[in-house]
Design a protein around this ligand. Sequence first.
Ligand SMILES: *Cc1c(COP(=O)(O)O)cnc(C)c1O
Length: 442
Amino acid sequence: MNEAESPNSPESHQYEVTDLLARARARIPGGVNSPVRSFNAVGGDPFFVARGEGAYLIDTNGNRYIDYVQSWGASILGHAHPAIVEAVQRAAADGTSFGASTEREVLLAEAICACVPSVEMVRLVSSGTEAAMTAVRLARGATGREKIVKFSGCYHGHLDALLVAAGSGVATLGLPGSLGVTAGAVADTIVTPYNDIEELGMVFDQYGDSIAAVLVEPIAANMGLVPADPAFLESIRKRCDAHGSLLVLDEVITGFRVGPAGAQGILGLRPDLSIFGKVVGGGLPLAAIGGSQAIMDQLAPNGGVYQAGTLSGNPLATAAGLAALDLLGESAYAALTDTATVLVEGLRTVIGDAGLSVQVPRVQTLAGLFFSADPVTDYEAAQAVDHERYAAFFRGMLRRGVYIAPSGYETLFPSLMHGGNEIEATLAAAGETAREIADEIS
Ligand SMILES: *Cc1c(COP(=O)(O)O)cnc(C)c1O
């Protein structure tokens, strides 16, 4: 690649999107480096981002979109926030990776522990998947047990042991949810429905003393947005305590997004292990696993659970993470909660006024969108909503300059840069799109 073709140069914007897409599809499977970017769930061709600017994405054809994906929630400060850009630039000037310790790793570990009371020690890794993989191995190593429990519709990254198809209402021993995942890799994974206390009780009655860990998203945000019933989370905690199993809270989305202590801070829940990603890396590849000293010290080199990473605690990523956490005080969360509230109430109104059945749940700073007459409380219900209508809504919004997640199984992530104008424009687009859809079906 020569100078003129660098991603930031104006020349690179002159490709027709279709050309770039054809080239991408020739050299990258599906043209994307992560499947949901493909638009397969909503139809149409994905755009290529030229740059981001606060609440907006600008594509390689010069179109501007109000962005509610925000790197799947990682960019809580909006794109190209000056504090993040400066922190990364300064860090880069001192070297991008050493494979040896740096001060910022200590500062970020201290900052995470200071925010999240259940976390006494952390290890930094590079992705949420890696954090979940480490959590599973650590829980098994620490308990000497093999089984893990997950809930249908919860996503914990693409590690084999957790890529398990949802059971349909009844607790099932895992069946692989992807080709290439062996039956052996998921033989010790138990899948049970989200928000179902009774089924969880049956799982523990049957397997309790061989369960190493229960992994759960405290606010499920990968089957659309589905809040957990507090009694459900409480019953997980109680069952884990009764059987000596570890509760692993997956705060990869919720951590540093719903409040400084994540969902556990809001719910008053004390997990044994927590995993973080997305926001904690300030938009760079960084994630973390944390918990009590007694458990975390079982990781190598102090303990016998091996875990390692060439780029772990990367200097650019720790710089971005520290800069992000520095800007995320209580007032930021209050402001973002207000933004999410106005967005959610507005969407409910304008889509409802068009005559479409819609559920627009909100939990703190997170928003969801289901075309459904009834609230969604588990994966089965999330699968039953009108995903075709979501796809039509997505396409209508995109044409009007608003980018929501290209799948009905995702969440809306307003950022701190989404101001009154952006919300107003979003609601205007949503009203027009909803009326257009209503006209088509009548
Ligand atoms: C995104 C996500 C992960 C995986 O993180 P990656 O960085 O994409 O590997 C894990 N858990 C939850 C809840 C997530 O939303």
